[in-house]
Write a protein that binds this ligand. Structure first.
Ligand code: FAD
Length: 472
C-alpha cells in the first residue's frame, strides 16, 4: 500500500458499496459520495427508485455479498429475509404449464431491495479507512493533462447549500448507475464517450406492496411465492408474487414488447385476474394493500463499451449499471455489480494501485465477464417480438436450442435446475451447451414428439396441490 492513497467512488448504491469494500483493501482511504442522504434502516431513497420493485438476489449474488460483507446472510435473516428454494417454494407457471415441484440446489434470500442495500451499508460502515459522504453530488472530473490525461478528483456540490469543493484522489470509480453523467464529463474533457449498445424489449413493471396474513391462507397452499411467465403474443403480461421481510409481498406485473402493465390501482387489480393463473389475484385478495402502484419503464439492456473505448483516461474506472445495465427481469444487476467489484480487486492485486494501465486492464476483464449476463438477457429479449437492437449471429444460431430448452424445462426438473443455475450465475451460460445436457434436452423433446403431448399433468389454473405432500 502506498502512503495516503485515496480512492473515490461516485454512487453509494449496491455497485458502489461493493467497490468501496474491495478498494478499502488496497487504498489508504476510500470515500463514497452519494447525492442522497441515507435513511436510517431499510427505507427508500430518491436515488434508487427501482427499490420499490422486486429485486431477486441471485444465488451467486448471495454468495458474493457474503464474501464481500462477512455476516451479510446472518444479518439479512435476522431482519426477516426469507430463505427460498425456488424449485420447492415457488409455484412457477411457464409457457408450457406449471413447473414440477422439486427441491434443487438453488437456495437464495428473498428480501426488499432496501433491506439488501441497508445491510451491506451497515456492514461496510465497520471498515475503518472508509468514509460515506451523503448529500454530495458529483458534477464533473478534476483532471490533469500530461502525456495522457488523468483524473485527479471529483467536483462536488453539497446538496445542503454549502460551497462546492473538489475531492482529490488517485482513482475515481463511477458507480452512479444507469443514468450516469460521466459520458458527458468525458466529452467536456475533450474525450469521446464510449460507444453504447442498446437492446430494448420494451419491458415495463408495475408493482404494489401488500401485507400478508398467513393465518388467512388455505393450509394446502404450499407455495411461498408465485411466478407467471408472460407469453409473447397471447399473454404478454406476467406476474410475480415476491415474499419479503415483515410478512409482506411485492406483487409485480411485467409486460414485454411494449405491453406495459397498468399503473392505476383498479386496473392493476383487474389485470391480476387476467393473468394466466389467478394465483396472485387470490393471494392479493387475502392481503392488505400497503402502497399504490409504482411503474417503471427504463429497462433496456444498455452496455457502454469502455473495453473498446478509443481513449485513455488514467485514474478512472466505471462499474455496475453505469457500464452495463440489464433488463431487470433477469435479476442480474446487483450480482454483476458485486462481481465487477471483485474483478477490480483481482486486477489491483495483480498489478498494484500505481499501474497506469489499470483502467484498460480492468475494462477488458470486466467486459469478458459482462458478456455472459449480457448474452443471456439479450438472448432471451431477442425472442420477444418488437425488440430493438442488433442481434449477433451467435444468438440467432443458438435460438432454436434455447427455444426447446425453455419448453422442456417443465418436463424434467434436472433441466430446470441447470437453467436455474445459469440464470443464478452459479454456472456459465456455456453449461447449457454441454453435450450431455444437450442430449437431455433432445431426449425430453423426443418424448414429447413420441407421446404427442408434453406428458405432464393437465394445465390447471391453480398449481397442482398434490405437490403439497412434499412439504408434509
Ligand atoms: C425496476 C428494476 C428492477 C430491478 N430488479 C433487479 C433484480 O431483481 N435483481 C438485481 O440484481 N437487480 C435488479 N435491478 C438492477 C439493480 O437495481 C441495480 O443493478 C443495482 O442497484 C446496482 O446498481 P448501481 O449501484 O450500479 O446503480 P444504482 O442502484 O442506480 O445507484 C446509483 C447511485 O448513485 C447515486 N448517484 C447518481 N448520480 C450521482 C452523482 N452525480 N453524484 C453522487 N451520487 C450519484 C444515486 O443516488 C444512487 O445511490 C433492477 C433494476 C430496476 C430498474
Amino acid at each position: 500500500m502506498t502512503t495516503n492513497s485515496h480512492a473515490i467512488v461516485i454512487g453509494g448504491s449496491m455497485a458502489g458499496l461493493c467497490a468501496a469494500r474491495v478498494l478499502s483493501g488496497f487504498y489508504d482511504r476510500v470515500t463514497v459520495i452519494d447525492r442522497d442522504s441515507y435513511p436510517v434502516g431499510a427505507h427508500e431513497r430518491p436515488g434508487v427508485p427501482q427499490s420499490r420493485h422486486v429485486h431477486a438476489l441471485l444465488m451467486r449474488g448471495r454468495i458474493e455479498l457474503e464474501n464481500l460483507f462477512a455476516g451479510f446472510e446472518q444479518r439479512m435473516l435476522e431482519q426477516g429475509a426469507i430463505e427460498i428454494n425456488f424449485g420447492l417454494d415457488f409455484a412457477a407457471l411457464r409457457a408450457d404449464g406449471w413447473s414440477e415441484r422439486a427441491p434443487n440446489r438453488l437456495t437464495t434470500l428473498f428480501a426488499s431491495r432496501v433491506l439488501i442495500e441497508a445491510t451491506a451499508r451497515e456492514l461496510l460502515r465497520r471498515t475503518t479507512n472508509l468514509e460515506l459522504i451523503e448529500k454530495a453530488e458529483a458534477i464533473g472530473f478534476e483532471a490533469a493533462r500530461g502525456e495522457a490525461p488523468r483524473v485527479t478528483g471529483v467536483k462536488v456540490v453539497p446538496r445542503d447549500g454549502a460551497v462546492a469543493y473538489s475531492l482529490t484522489g488517485d482513482l475515481v470509480v463511477d458507480a452512479s448507475g444507469r443514468a450516469t453523467k460521466v459520458p458527458a464529463w468525458l466529452t467536456a474533457l475533450g474525450l469521446p464517450a464510449p460507444s453504447e449498445e442498446v437492446v430494448d424489449s420494451h419491458t415495463g413493471y408495475a408493482s404494489r406492496w401488500f401485507q400478508g396474513h398467513p393465518e388467512r391462507r388455505p393450509r394446502e397452499w404450499w407455495w411461498k411465492g408465485a411466478w407467471i411467465d408472460p407469453v409473447a403474443g397471447a399473454t404478454p403480461i406476467g406476474g410475480v408474487m415476491f415474499p419479503v421481510e415483515g410478512e409482506r409481498m411485492i406483487v409485480t406485473l411485467g409486460g414485454v414488447g411494449g405491453h406495459y402493465p397498468p399503473s392505476g390501482e383498479s386496473e392493476f387489480m383487474a389485470m391480476l385476474e387476467k393473468l394466466r393463473s389467478p394465483i396472485i389475484a387470490r393471494e392479493a385478495a387475502l392481503s392488505d394493500p400497503l402502497s399504490g402502484v409504482y411503474s417503471y419503464r427504463q429497462m433496456a439492456n444498455r452496455w457502454r463499451h469502455y473495453e473498446k473505448w478509443n481513449a485513455r483516461l488514467d485514474g478512472f474506472v466505471a462499474l455496475g449499471d453505469s457500464v452495463c445495465a440489464f433488463n431487470p427481469i433477469y435479476g442480474q444487476g446487483m450480482t454483476s455489480g458485486a462481481l465487477s467489484s471483485l474483478i477490480l480487486g483481482d486486477i489491483l492485486k495483480k498489478n498494484g494501485i500505481r499501474d497506469v494501465e489499470l483502467p484498460r486492464k480492468f475494462f477488458a476483464a470486466q467486459a469478458r465477464f459482462q458478456s455472459e449476463p449480457w448474452g443471456l438477457s439479450t438472448g432471451v429479449d431477442f425472442r420477444i417480438p418488437g425488440v430493438e437492437g442488433h442481434r449477433p449471429f451467435i444468438s440467432r444460431l443458438l435460438d432454436p436450442i434455447m427455444g426447446r430448452l425453455f419448453e422442456v424445462q417443465v418436463d424434467d426438473p434436472a433441466i430446470a435446475e441447470r437453467l436455474g443455475e445459469v440464470v443464478n450465475m452459479v454456472k456459465a451460460p456455456s453449461a447449457l451447451f454441454e453435450l450431455p445436457f444437450l442430449g437431455r434436452i433432445a431426449a425430453a423433446w423426443a418424448k414429447r414428439i413420441v407421446r404427442g403431448a408434453p406428458g405432464r399433468p393437465e394445465f390447471t389454473a391453480m398449481p397442482p396441490l398434490i405437490a403439497s405432500k412434499l412439504a408434509a
